[in-house]
Design a protein around this ligand. Structure first.
Ligand SMILES: NC(=O)c1ccc[n+]([C@@H]2O[C@H](COP(=O)([O-])OP(=O)(O)OC[C@H]3O[C@@H](n4cnc5c(N)ncnc54)[C@H](O)[C@@H]3O)[C@@H](O)[C@H]2O)c1
Ligand SMILES: [Zn+2]
Length: 371
């Protein structure tokens, strides 16, 4: 089953066309051809190039297009840098990319963030297409229009909103992704259920085992439901100016602080899982979340093999102390002054935004993760 839908971004003259379906990768060329690009630069990392590069190039050629060049960089967060960006710009210059061309991002969130930012800034903006190949990117990074790179001063400090015109997601490409990365990516799906859709929480409870086995039909449905949730939020608030898009940050405030306090040793999704546990405990204390709802959320994370205590994470290494996590919390990009905004749950599917929570509650919930 393949499915297609469009995410409109009002007032910005862009709409993102999304195609999802197992074994759709070979149709990428046809979809790109409809955009009639004068030039194409493919951007990917070495691992993805080896796994999928030839298939993508063949599909482009079969559609009667030429991939003018492929820029391939080493895998990993270290490549989400201004140095990689420089390489992309150099290549765009070399192939004389103009406003009629496009960048094709093939890979995980690192690739789509760098390639998307290059597209946002080259000649003040050219089109780009994403073909996400990790769970994280299929559910989150590949759509929504956030692009950017890291600086030595911090993660994602330079960036732009720039929406891909086309997103093609083939869940069959996930079979080569390590199970740890599959589970970590799924934390975002559980987040979408907990914050926006109680029926989707139930869906996860029913299908956990088969989703983890990468059942093609269920994965297609899971990705589609996630993107329609994210699509609605993005359409309502394309540049994150109002409250609604901030709800996507459920679990991310403490999650990000843990991620940096342990120097990015854990996966993003593992930290978000821990952050959601802490946010549920704070919600229990301050937002009226019932014990039963909180237990369901924790049980669901565990059913997907996600940590609910720091020591349950794969290869946890040295545990950060609570003060260093709280210190990182103060540096959160989304905090205004030193006050963090938290997404809490009054119930499953009933999020509320709160600023200026008592530090004691945050500290208690964080400490509990470390026990
Ligand atoms: N822009 C956004 O809205 C947004 C949202 C979430 C995350 N992100 C960003 O995304 C990045 C994380 O994304 P990620 O988890 O995809 O990381 P990633 O892009 O580094 O990919 C993880 C690893 O998986 C490999 N890989 C990719 N596809 C594979 C496949 N099909 N089979 C086997 N290996 C494969 C990659 O080579 C890499 O080594 C972070 O930089 C984060 O900030 C951005
Ligand atoms: Zn996230």
């Amino acid at each position: 089953m393949a499915s297609t839908f469009t995410i409109h971004v009002p007032g910005r003259d862009v709409s993102t066309e999304v195609h999802i379906g197992a074994n759709l990768l070979h149709t990428l060329g046809e979809h790109v051809a409809r955009l009639q690009p004068a030039r194409i630069l493919m951007v990917t990392d070495e691992i993805v190039m080896k796994l999928l590069g030839d298939r993508v190039m063949d599909s482009i050629r079969a559609a009667g297009l030429a991939c003018d060049s492929a820029l391939v960089f080493p895998p990993g967060e270290g490549s989400k840098s201004t140095a990689t960006l420089q390489r992309v710009y150099k290549e765009l210059g070399r192939i004389r990319m103009d406003r009629h061309g496009l960048i094709l991002a093939l890979g995980g969130g690192v690739v789509s963030d760098v390639a998307g930012f290059a597209a946002a800034t080259w000649m003040r903006g050219i089109r780009y297409v994403t073909c996400p190949t990790t769970m994280e990117a299929m559910l989150d990074a590949g759509v929504g229009g956030k692009t950017g790179v890291n600086l030595p001063e911090g993660k994602n400090l330079v960036g732009a909103f720039h929406h891909p015109g086309l997103v093609l997601i083939d869940p069959a490409t996930l079979t080569t992704l390590p199970p740890r990365d599959i589970r970590a990516g799924l934390a975002e799906s559980i987040k979408h259920g907990l914050v926006f859709d109680p029926a989707f929480v139930e869906w996860h409870e029913r299908h956990a085992a088969r989703v983890l086995d990468l059942d093609a039909g269920l994965l297609t449905e899971l990705i589609q439901r996630n993107l329609s949730i994210k699509g609605k939020v993005v359409t309502a608030d394309p540049c994150e100016r109002e409250g609604r898009r901030a709800l996507l940050n459920f679990g991310h405030t403490i999650g990000h602080a843990i991620e940096s306090a342990c120097a990015y040793r854990l996966r993003h999704g593992e930290c978000v899982s821990l952050g959601m546990v802490a946010a549920c405990r704070i919600s229990r204390e301050l937002a009226g979340l019932e014990e039963r709802a909180m237990s369901r959320a924790l049980a669901l994370l565990q059913a997907f093999g996600l940590p609910t205590r720091f020591l349950d994470a794969p290869e946890p290494g040295d545990m950060p102390d609570v003060d260093s996590i709280l210190e990182h919390l103060k540096l959160d990009k989304k905090s205004r002054g030193a006050v963090n905004t938290f997404v809490l749950l009054a119930d499953l599917g009933e999020p509320i935004l709160r600023r200026g929570l008592p530090l004691e509650s945050i500290r208690r919930a964080t400490l509990e993760l470390l026990q």
